[in-house]
Design a protein around this ligand. Structure first.
Ligand SMILES: *Cc1c(COP(=O)(O)O)cnc(C)c1O
Length: 368
């Protein structure tokens, strides 16, 4: 497997062989050992946000979006109203979830290179008393932009509203402390900065809010209150758990702690991001976001202007040299993206930059 390409994508991403090896065991879903694995996992995840006193960690089968939908469906009352803050595709998805679930919502959209500000949220909440919940993407993965979560959380609290945070691509790498950043729900998943494999999400749900949501969810499988209550009673997941994904994430967390936990994970990704930005700048490739609002998770680059540049061709050639890139997700400008997360360090990022340089030479792309 050593010649398998490195995924420079925001999940699934490159995992360690130890994490993959943890999946070579079959677990019984009712078995005490597996239940202990789940309990230990939830406890460790809660510790990362310092949420043990205030929040439950509710795991859920499926990709990250399943957990986002479950959080909104469970916690937003049927007569509630969500203010959705949007500056990219994942924010758009939040609004779509509200629409499909039949929850009232309004949207506030800024350009893809403009963070939502606390002042925006203050003004919007003052203008619409019907809003019960605010939904925010912490790091909007469609560009890599970082929204100012702590400031927005304080404003939401001051207005007596509840905050739902999609922290899918930031959790585990960017610090979030539940004791200082008030939220009703924060959502993340196994296959991003914790460097597990994809297949489960988890929601940190405020204990009282979760208890109060009994019977609110429109869906049986997506009901986080029911999932949590059942787990508290039996130690088991409702419905077949993604056993191998749980075991892999548990093993990934052992390595997370060995590495030095969140500060070390953050530092490695920040170093990756710096190596990438500096290396690409030397090639003349410009990043889409200014440094102040760039999260060290994924970087969007402007595509070269040269007509000889075609993403598909570029992608295949970089892949042949061992690196998987990611297409852009912007509608207005042509871009491509490079992830900084996963089991990769600054040396690997430099090798990726070198591969990009070689490929651009091969393609005779000059007008960058
Ligand atoms: C990855 C991601 C999701 C979840 O996407 P899935 O494809 O369902 O795993 C949601 N929000 C953000 C910000 C993400 O980066």
């Amino acid at each position: 497997m050593s010649n398998a390409p490195i995924l420079l994508t925001p999940g699934p991403l490159t995992t360690s062989s130890r994490t993959r090896q943890a999946m070579l065991v079959d677990w019984g879903s009712w078995d005490r050992d597996f239940n202990q694995l789940t309990a230990s996992l939830c406890e460790q995840l809660l510790a990362i946000v310092n949420g043990a006193a205030t929040h439950h960690c509710v795991p859920l089968q499926g990709s990250g979006t399943f957990a986002v939908e479950a959080a909104i469906g469970t916690l937003v009352p049927r007569d509630g109203k969500v203010l959705v803050l949007i500056n990219g595709a994942y924010g758009q998805r939040l609004a779509k979830i509200c629409k499909v679930l039949g929850r009232a919502y309004s949207t506030f959209e800024t350009a893809e290179d403009q963070p939502t500000t606390a002042a925006d949220v203050d003004r919007l909440l003052a203008a619409d008393p019907a809003v019960t919940h605010v939904a925010l993407i912490h790091c909007e993965t469609s560009t890599g932009i970082l929204n100012p979560l702590p400031e927005i959380a304080q404003v939401v609290k001051r207005h007596g509203k509840r905050l739902i945070i999609d922290a899918m691509s930031s959790f585990g790498a960017l610090p979030i402390d539940a004791a200082h950043v008030p939220f009703e729900a924060l959502i993340a998943a196994s296959g991003k900065c914790l460097e597990g494999v994809p297949g489960m999400g988890f929601v940190f749900a405020e204990k009282n809010a979760l208890a109060a949501s009994e019977g609110n969810c429109h869906s049986l499988a997506m009901d986080l209150q029911d999932q949590q209550a059942y787990m508290a009673k039996t130690g088991q997941w409702r419905f077949t758990p993604p056993t191998h994904v749980v075991a892999a994430l548990h093993e990934a967390l052992v390595q997370y702690n060995e590495e030095g936990g969140l500060p070390a994970r953050h530092q490695r990704y920040a170093d990756n991001c710096k190596t990438l930005l500096e290396g690409m700048a030397k090639l003349g490739l410009r990043s889409f976001l200014p440094a102040e609002i760039q999260a060290p998770i994924i970087v969007t680059f402007h595509a070269p202007r040269d007509a000889r540049y075609q993403f598909k061709d570029f992608y295949e050639r970089v892949k042949a040299k061992g690196f998987i890139l990611y297409p852009g997700k912007l509608t207005q400008v042509e871009t491509f993206r490079v992830g900084c997360i996963g089991v990769v360090g600054a040396e690997g990022m430099q090798a990726a930059v070198d591969a990009v340089a070689q490929v651009l030479r091969e393609m005779e792309v000059l007008d960058i």
